[in-house]
Ligand binder design. Structure first.
Ligand SMILES: Cc1ncc(COP(=O)(O)O)c(C=O)c1O
Length: 357
């Protein structure tokens, strides 16, 4: 029986990593992961069911995701050779880091932002230089570019809108970064369907730009589908490190259906945006709460009372949100995904109960 010291075998980069905690607390109302509260519509489920009869589960999927790429290319007016499909957009973040960085390199990200940029980087031995966001959760392009030059960075990640703050950064600052940076700028538009602001049309003008999109926020989180849009040269290099069958047959097929039948999803998005405005209007009536402006299907808010106490109060009432208060810039802040009307009402009621006591 072998009993060796396994810790000695683990790479230092990995050993020092803290695992990404996915809250697995069973709450009836899940407002913590920025998902769509609605399942796909009946029409879409019927299409999925028909496809299920035809998909050959004993065969490998199309390694090039040709049909899905074609659907995306038609919808977003890009060419298929501008596209790479990922097992979630998280995978494309990993692929970009593999293509452009080597151990010891430094990437630039704003702070606070989506944590996977730094977690994946650290696992590859890549360092992260953070640029603190200002009180509007925005950044100064010159400052960012200076930091990038100093640390000889090749990669900048901008979440647009930014998770967890919810806002899109100033368009002029982002544009300056794309135009002046002599490395790769990744604009992560995971929440595009809610913000409607995009740099995708700039791909043809800037060969250092990569735009990421996700289907996780609009109803297919379980299937893990994301895509990247970039100059064909970048796509070719990504394809060298991408595993051959990274996107499975069901994900490719169902994603194709959702993209080709987008009006059903668009109705859900419109509903979520209306609900978002209603919930925020209600929360703003509470004096001890400050809601930050958002372009996403979630929003960040700050409480005068302890956010952790509110977090547990919500959880006690069966509502799970994201507690961000351990981040130095997000003291007493919680992030909430917009749910359906009933879920949002339960959330509002529990918050009102909390502030009244
Ligand atoms: C900004 C941002 N980018 C990427 C992702 C990952 O999305 P996916 O589910 O497509 O991997 C998320 C998920 O929360 C996100 O917030």
């Amino acid at each position: 029986m072998a009993s060796i010291d396994l810790t000695k075998l683990i790479q230092e980069n990995v050993r020092s990593l803290k695992p990404y905690i996915v809250e697995n607390i069973s709450c009836e109302v899940k407002l913590h992961a920025n998902e769509n509260p609605f399942s796909p519509t009946k029409e879409l489920l019927a299409l999925f069911a028909t496809s299920l009869q035809k998909i050959q589960l004993n065969r490998y999927p199309d390694a090039d995701s040709k049909k899905l790429k074609l659907a995306i290319a038609n919808r977003h007016l890009v060419k298929t050779d501008n596209l790479v499909i990922g097992n979630g957009s998280d995978e494309i973040i990993l692929l970009l880091l593999q293509v452009f960085c080597k151990e010891g390199d430094t990437i630039i990200i704003p702070d606070p932002t989506f944590t996977m940029y730094s977690i994946i980087s650290q696992s590859l031995g890549i360092k992260t230089k953070t640029i603190p966001l200002d009180h509007n959760w925005d950044f100064n392009a010159n400052e960012l570019l200076e930091a990038a030059e100093k640390s000889k960075s090749r990669l900048i990640f901008l979440s647009y809108p930014n998770n967890p703050t919810g806002n899109c950064f100033s368009e002029t600052e982002v544009r300056q970064v794309i135009e002046e940076f002599s490395g790769i700028v990744v604009i992560d538009e995971a929440y595009y369907d809610f913000s409607k602001k995009s740099f995708i049309n700039e791909i043809k003008n800037h060969n250092n730009l990569v735009v990421l999109r996700s289907l996780s926020k609009i109803g297919l989180a379980a299937l893990r589908v994301g895509f990247g849009v970039a100059d064909p040269f970048i796509i070719q290099e990504i394809n060298k490190v991408r595993l051959p069958y990274n996107s499975n047959a069901l994900s490719q097929n169902f994603a194709e259906h959702i993209i080709n039948n987008f009006t059903t999803v668009q109705n859900q998005i419109d509903y979520i945006l209306k609900e978002r405005n209603r919930v925020i209007t209600e929360l703003k009536k509470i004096e001890s709460i400050y809601v930050f402006p958002t372009d996403s299907n979630f929003f960040l808010f700050k409480t005068e009372k302890s956010a952790s106490d509110l977090f547990y109060h919500l959880m006690y009432n069966g509502i799970l949100v994201r507690n961000l208060s351990s981040h130095p810039k997000l003291k007493n802040c919680l992030r909430v995904t917009v749910g359906n009307k009933n879920e949002n009402d339960r959330f509002l009621l529990a918050v009102k109960e909390f502030v009244a006591n």
